[in-house]
Design a protein around this ligand. Structure first.
Ligand SMILES: *[C@@H]1O[C@H](CO)[C@@H](O)[C@H](O)[C@H]1NC(C)=O
Ligand SMILES: *[C@@H]1O[C@H](CO)[C@@H](O)[C@H](O)[C@H]1NC(C)=O
Ligand SMILES: *[C@@H]1O[C@H](CO)[C@@H](O)[C@H](O)[C@H]1NC(C)=O
Ligand SMILES: *[C@@H]1O[C@H](CO)[C@@H](O)[C@H](O)[C@H]1NC(C)=O
Ligand SMILES: *[C@@H]1O[C@H](CO)[C@@H](O)[C@H](O)[C@H]1NC(C)=O
Ligand SMILES: *[C@@H]1O[C@H](CO)[C@@H](O)[C@H](O)[C@H]1NC(C)=O
Ligand SMILES: *[C@@H]1O[C@H](CO)[C@@H](O)[C@H](O)[C@H]1NC(C)=O
Length: 809
């Protein structure tokens, strides 16, 4: 018994010696490979030869990893036509065709190469795992044939899944029949090129699941694989071909395989001890089944039943729906009226995997606005969206049929569904009011903004080491030239030399001026006070970093200026003032009807979600409050002041002593008391803002007869007594949608829960707001009495933490 392993070792060593001495990676015509001999790629990664699997006597010709201890096949030639003895041979014909012949010279398999004039064909096994046939007299041309064009169940790095539009060759992944039988099994993954291309997995040709269309960063509805350290996925569409491929980022062996039972598309790699480690797989859950909830049905794994109709839609066949058969899906409550005088509207849906794009049309260069127009013009158009999420979104995708296979998914891509105007939720009437409102920018502490962003830039690696302070060189100056530089002269002209009449605000870090450019464009000019210690390079880096943060719910940076000691930021000009000045003023609050308020809540949530989840940076705002939300001419909310000043407490110092800065009434307990900051602190502040928007009352300084509750406590008590609706501002009663109000209050209460881990993430918040998902029950909020707040104010600052609270106006 003891001898056996030693013998094994001896034989395998011998085998390595023999095969490496005889290792060839090419064959020419009339140099057949007999069963028992192999080709080895130059770097000895792959080996080609005949093999058998399990107990079967069947011989197949294929390619496997030479040095991986678990025998792993990556490609099989004669999948469906095995040879039943060891008489087979593999050879190259004079015409450049690869052939497998059995002992009596019967043709078992041949490569389907297009007929071309070949002078001197050779077949070579490359170190990428690709078996190619070249013409040796013409090596510059593409190979005559390559195994990468005929994948089996495995996709290797650099191999393409998709379609060559010139040759029509489609590269699909097909599963094996069983672990020991490589013949074509029941499952297939392929790129469907009808409409905008997307990938399907089919079982016996019936769609089983669908990976959403590629959005520039990932598949809509699947985790963004590009953030992983091992490989990155790429999607290419041009006149010649459409395909997915992937590249390795680190020098490991990696494969993607469609398992024989079709349960998974698995990503795995070889670790140092030469074993396969599963990196991940495409998640299969109850909502990944294609079209489970039918047209316009939205699938959620978090609710039971999993299917819900989209807003404005109802079950098509109610009895079926109620009995758990959701396949006929939902229909519109009211049809849209394409072509009639009344224009249709579009309902914006966030946080879903995009519907099936088989019947769609696309254009990569159109803007969202052009896309909307294109959709309006075509009565078959049911919805539109940006194709690509990068850089704030681009391209146009139109759906020309019922929307199928929608599931809830934390994704930051918006879908606009065509609706009859009367079916639109929270229709805004604000545009029609002609209001002239004095502009007051909130106390916009530019320095605060700058430092927080700079800080985030330095801690770029998402979700990692918030307190570490590693400078990432790559990010220092890229895109520097993209943000316009304004000369001081131009700014002096625009603001009439910073004339006092043009001053629209005064932050702790310098005044803000209104300016008019030559072309008539209005700008907001923030002139940083000269006490700033930053050097020009540092300042530039920070500015560039902010400039990359672009979202419709963030105040946009238009340019910057450095001149001597002057450091100036130029922002888009906001027509309306900050949210708090509307909300807490008896007269102006009447202008905000429920529809607008809900629109504002939703917009703020989207803006914060962007800050938290933007693929490049993770920004924690730290000082969200109604005063930091500005409103544009259409009452779209825009978040300003992304954070707190290093100049004020010093971010570097903060990392060490953890001084706390926040605004009384909005600050979360763990941040105020322990200095713990996380995205959940922003969620808390958001919750307070929601309750303020609904009630029209400030959390700070709230009083209610007979109770010592603050706004949070008051909302909580009403919620528990099932009287939440009493929270709303009386002026809203006529305009409100009760279910939306109750949902908003409920979400607000979930956000202000005492324990950070109980609070939802912003992506859940966004989907909770816009969909009918079941909401969890909120627990008691933090700081629900005025006393608890005062304690915070006067009592709890220990030596360990210096608490600095800013006061909202
Ligand atoms: C191989 O298959 C042939 C027919 O397909 C059969 O005649 C022959 O007996 C088989 N040989 C073995 C060893 O099973
Ligand atoms: C050659 O062998 C194959 C199976 O290996 C068998 O099917 C075929 O009939 C044989 N042909 C001749 C001419 O013997
Ligand atoms: C790939 O799958 C598609 C869709 O089922 C099919 O039309 C095509 O023929 C397949 N191509 C190959 C080479 O299997
Ligand atoms: C490699 O993976 C195997 C299987 O997962 C594991 O047992 C082994 O410890 C890993 N080796 C290293 C060096 O990580
Ligand atoms: C699907 O839902 C059912 C019923 O809720 C549950 O029992 C089952 O585990 C779910 N399956 C998956 C894959 O999540
Ligand atoms: C796509 O849209 C752009 C901009 O509207 C237009 O110039 C171009 O012709 C369109 N391309 C196609 C193929 O429709
Ligand atoms: C809508 O657009 C599609 C794709 O361009 C086109 O095939 C169809 O004819 C259009 N329908 C109408 C009614 O214009």
């Amino acid at each position: 018994m003891e001898v056996y392993p030693i013998l094994m070792f001896f034989f395998s060593t011998l085998f390595v010696l023999i095969s490496s001495s005889a290792a060839l990676d090419t064959i020419s015509p009339n140099q057949p490979i007999k069963d028992g001999n192999t080709l080895v790629s130059e770097g000895e990664t792959y080996e080609l030869g005949f093999f058998s699997l399990g107990k079967s006597q069947n011989r197949y010709l294929g390619i496997w990893y030479k040095h991986v201890s678990t025998f792993t096949i990556v490609w099989v030639a004669n999948r469906d036509t095995p040879i039943n003895d060891t008489s087979g041979k593999f050879q190259l014909s004079n015409e450049g065709k690869l052939l497998i012949l059995s002992g009596n010279n019967t043709l078992i398999w041949s490569s389907k190469s297009s007929i071309r004039n070949v002078n001197l064909p050779v077949a070579q096994l490359l170190d990428s795992g690709n078996l190619v046939v070249w013409d040796e007299t013409n090596t510059k041309e593409a190979p005559i044939w390559q195994s990468f064009d005929y994948p089996g169940d495995t996709l290797l790095p650099g191999q393409k899944l998709g379609k060559d539009l010139r040759t029509g060759i489609q590269k699909n992944l097909t599963s094996w029949k069983s672990p020991d039988d490589p013949s074509i099994g029941r499952y297939k993954v392929f790129l469907n090129t009808d409409g905008y291309p997307q990938t399907f997995e089919v079982e016996d040709e019936v769609p089983h699941s669908r990976f959403g269309p590629w959005n520039g960063e990932g598949f809509s509805g699947l985790p963004r694989e590009n953030t992983n350290p091992i490989f990155s996925v790429e999607f290419v569409v041009n006149e010649k071909e459409m395909y997915y491929t992937y590249k390795l980022k680190s020098p490991v062996l990696q494969r993607i395989i469609l398992t024989w039972d079709g349960t998974h598309l698995q990503f795995s790699w070889i670790n140092r001890t030469q074993e396969w480690v599963l990196y991940g797989n495409v998640v299969v859950d109850n909502c990944s089944q294609y079209g489970r909830c039918g047209p316009y049905g939205r699938c959620s794994t978090k609710t039971y039943p999993p299917c819900n109709c989209m807003e404005g839609f109802e079950p098509k066949v109610l009895e079926e729906w109620n009995s758990g058969d959701w396949s006929s899906g939902c229909q519109r409550r009211k049809d849209f009226e394409c072509g009639s005088t009344q224009e249709d509207g579009f309902q914006k849906i966030s946080g879903v995997k995009f519907p099936d794009t088989q019947h769609s049309w696309y254009n990569v260069s159109m803007s969202l606005r052009e896309c909307e127009m294109a959709c309006r013009r075509n009565c078959s158009c049911r919805a539109y969206a940006n194709l690509d999420v990068r850089e704030g979104g681009s391209g146009c995708l139109l759906w020309l049929d019922e929307l199928m296979d929608i599931r809830e998914y934390d994704d930051n891509q918006d879908l606009y569904i065509r609706m009859a105007t009367s079916e639109l939720p929270g229709k805004s009437s604000f545009k029609r009011m002609k209001l002239i409102i004095v502009v007051v920018l909130s106390v916009s502490s530019v320095a605060l903004l700058l430092s927080a962003v700079a800080y985030a830039c330095r801690n770029k690696k998402k979700g990692r080491g918030y307190w570490t302070n590693t400078l990432n060189r790559d990010d220092q100056v890229e895109n520097l030239d993209e943000l316009p530089f304004f000369s001081l002269h131009k700014i002096v002209k625009a603001t009439a030399n910073f004339h006092i009449d043009n001053k629209i605000g005064e932050g702790g870090f310098g005044p803000v001026y209104k300016g008019v450019l030559k072309n008539g464009e209005l700008i907001a000019v923030k002139r940083l006070s000269e006490t700033s210690q930053q050097g020009p390079d540092e300042f530039k880096n920070e500015v560039m970093c902010i400039a990359k943060l672009q979202h419709r719910n963030l105040v946009k940076l238009l340019g910057y200026c450095i001149d001597g000691n002057e450091k100036i930021l130029i922002y888009e000009y906001m027509d309306n003032k900050s949210l708090d000045s509307f909300l807490f003023d008896e007269t102006t609050s009447l202008m905000l009807d429920w529809g607008q308020r809900f629109h504002i809540i939703h917009g703020i949530a989207r803006g914060i979600l962007y800050l938290h989840q933007d693929s490049r940076l993770q920004i924690i705002h730290r000082d969200l409050k109604a005063a930091n939300i500005l409103l544009d001419s259409e009452m779209n909310p825009k978040i300003s002041d992304f954070g707190l000043a290093r100049k004020f407490v010093g971010l570097d110092a903060m990392a060490k002593t953890r001084n706390v800065v926040g605004t009384y009434g909005y600050i979360s307990p763990e941040y105020a008391v322990h200095g713990h900051i996380s995205v959940k602190s922003d969620v808390f502040s958001f919750g307070v803002i929601v309750l303020e928007i609904v009630s029209g009352r400030k959390n700070r300084g709230f009083s209610q007869e007979g109770h010592s509750d603050n706004l949070l406590g008051h909302a909580w008590r009403l919620y528990k007594e099932d009287k939440s609706i009493e929270l709303i501002n009386a002026s809203l009663l006529s305009s409100c949608v009760v279910s939306q109000v109750l949902r908003s209050i409920h979400v607000g209460l979930l956000c202000v829960q005492q324990h950070a881990e109980d609070r939802p993430t912003m992506s859940s918040v966004v989907s909770m707001l816009v969909s009918e998902v079941m909401l969890p029950l909120p627990k008691q909020p933090a700081f629900f009495t005025e006393e608890s707040c005062r304690e915070l104010e006067f009592g709890s600052s220990s030596n360990e933490y210096m608490i600095t609270l800013l006061y909202a106006r």
